[in-house]
Design a protein. Structure first.
Length: 278
């Protein structure tokens, strides 16, 4: 299914922040409205390492989404083209890349922050699937290969002591499944998964550093690297933004919204809600 634009219900304040900062906010799965999303069957709230920005593909206004994501329907609905993010270009050798890379991740900032590592081909845009299969809702994350144990791996002095034993963590099912009661959302979302070790700390790689990553991941008290993560928006994408005013917005709120849009060159990019709600 080809999706060209997506829709996001939010507050007027958030619209102001998006336009002023030229960024889009990603929250980790511990802070989304469905509290099950961060849970796993074997690694507790592993969703703290997955950040999402949630949208819908439904071009028709939704009373339910107005009610859930705006204050008494006083917010706005934003429409943006898919992948509205600013691209960054890095050459071979920069940040340990083996080739020229185009990415939506600002590696300069990520490196300076030194809080997490992120694969450059993110974010991924996924269509949420709705199911009541418990194995999909609360997935298993960790898997092993070879003979051994995590304790043996973490206490080994060098890689030769662990043989062919390895541990892997899969992000494949996190943030991609919700129960069928959420089906009305027609949700698509951008997802970013991170590892709790900064680039400065991680490279050059070594067995000891890999042990430390595993140690942090296995510790349920390791905090999320970011409370919120932000991606920069592309100026051309911003120019294509369309805004619908909430069906219960006051005249004063509409005046503010129009002034805000005019300030950012979007004075013709709005319309009133088609819903008539008292």
């Amino acid at each position: 299914m080809e999706i060209r634009t997506l829709f996001h219900y939010t507050s007027l304040d958030t619209l102001a922040l998006i336009l002023t900062n030229r960024t889009l906010c990603f929250n980790n799965l511990c802070h989304v409205d469905d509290i099950e999303e961060a849970e796993t069957s074997d690694m507790a709230n592993f969703g703290k390492y997955v950040y999402v920005s949630c949208w819908t593909s439904d071009p028709h206004e939704s009373i339910a989404l107005w009610g859930l994501y705006t204050s008494n329907m006083h917010g706005v609905r934003i429409e943006l083209p898919c992948y509205p993010f600013k691209k960054h270009v890095y050459h071979k050798g920069q940040y340990y890349f083996n080739e020229r890379v185009e990415t939506y991740i600002n590696m300069d900032k990520l490196y300076d922050d030194n809080k997490a590592s992120i694969v450059a081909n993110q974010p991924e845009l996924v269509k949420v699937e709705y199911t009541d299969d418990e194995k999909m809702i609360i997935p298993q994350i960790r898997s092993f290969n070879g003979q051994g144990s995590i304790d043996l791996y973490l206490n080994a002095k060098n890689i030769s002591e662990v043989g062919n034993f390895g541990v892997m963590y899969s992000f494949d099912n996190l943030g991609k499944y919700k129960r069928k009661v959420w089906e009305f959302q027609n949700e698509w979302r951008y997802t970013i998964s991170v590892m709790p070790m900064g680039l400065k700390e991680m490279y050059p790689q070594s067995f000891k550093k890999h042990q430390e990553i595993i140690r942090r991941i296995e510790n349920p008290n390791t905090p999320s690297p970011y409370e919120r993560f932000f991606l920069e928006l592309d100026e051309n994408a911003i120019s294509q933004m369309r805004v619908v005013f909430g069906p219960r917005m006051s005249e004063a709120e509409k005046i503010f919204a129009k002034l805000l849009l005019k300030e950012h060159g979007l004075q013709n990019n709005y319309r009133e809600s088609a819903l008539k709600i008292r």
